[in-house]
Design a protein around this ligand. Sequence first.
Ligand code: PMP
Ligand code: GLN
Length: 383
Amino acid sequence: LNRHLAALPTTIFTVMSELARKHGAINLGQGFPDTEGPHDMVQAAADALLDNRNQYAPLTGLPALRQAVARSNARFQGLAINPDSEVIVTSGATEALAASLMALIEPGDEVVLIEPLYDTYLPMVRQLGGVPRMVRLEHPGWTLPRQALAEAFSDRTKAILLNTPMNPTGKVFSQDELDFIASLVKQHDVYAVCDEVYEHLTFNTPHVSLMALPDMRDRCVRIGSAGKSFSLTGWKVGYITAPTPLAEVIAKAHQNLVFATAPNLQRAVAYGLDKDESYFADLAADMARKRDILSDGLRSVGLDVLPCHGSYFVMADITPLANGLDDMAFARLLTEKAGVTTIPASAFYEASNGTPPTHLLRFAFCKQESVLRDAVGRIAAWR
Ligand code: PMP
Ligand code: GLN
């Protein structure tokens, strides 16, 4: 057996979603919207199914979707991308991450990772024999410790993995921070894997891709997800933008992982990516409203809410209510007694990199407003 996989616990998202189901709790743990994505996209997928689009798609994706990804790069990031050689359609951002890391990492290569981090990053890097170099953001402000970041780079560094807007913190890296990261990437002549699945979910702050910064175009792999941009998480359609020499190698990884992604879904996502400005503005405005409802509600029940400028998630400090319980114990109690499920934030930390904080919970606000209010009401009634 592969010792990394054998030792890996089941993802915290599945653990907490099962606990939520068992106790009939409102699930603010796993990040998925509780409403459907745009009906016209669902219709486009259904039309494509009935139009006999049911055999393998091309390895790197339908031309229509690759062209739409290239147009989206131009429209939102000012990037001129060749749809034939610089775009790869994947089965979700998860596969995009796996294929990108496979294309870059050889055993012993170091990868700079920023904590707290999405739960697939570390296992993926380790399975490839990569060596994680962790840098921990400082809360409550989620400040990037620049000196520690600079020191994490070495002559063995192959890449940095940057997630902005960031899961689980809701941090959006500032222009100044991105400039600093870009300078390190250039100085050490390494790559950046940019997980930008929440690119269209920033609140009153623009999303800037590291790839759009000067001289960064040929050093970045930029990853998007239709799941997040169109509230269609179950579709598992993702897309990679990368310079041709890198994209060619990523395509080799992709061909052995899944080879191709469902063609009807690809056709619908191609249609969706061309939606006008108002669709993307409304998506972000709606999510910002939800963030506010949940954040205000959590404050009203006595929790300290940390800053959040993007993504589906906000973190809260449970110290005022937890009576000394750690995040895992408190998250269980909150599910069982209050009927509200969250994710204990220690799950996003690596214990070997120092004791993780145990006083934070991650709340997903990508839910209907009535559900968010109901969840707050349940906590208020229980506490
Ligand atoms: N990266 C981040 C930061 C995520 O939050 C998620 C899922 N929510 C993914 C990648 C995976 O996206 P997908 O569902 O498209 O595989
Ligand atoms: N990305 C989602 C989250 O952070 C979960 C995705 C999954 O369950 N694999 O909640």
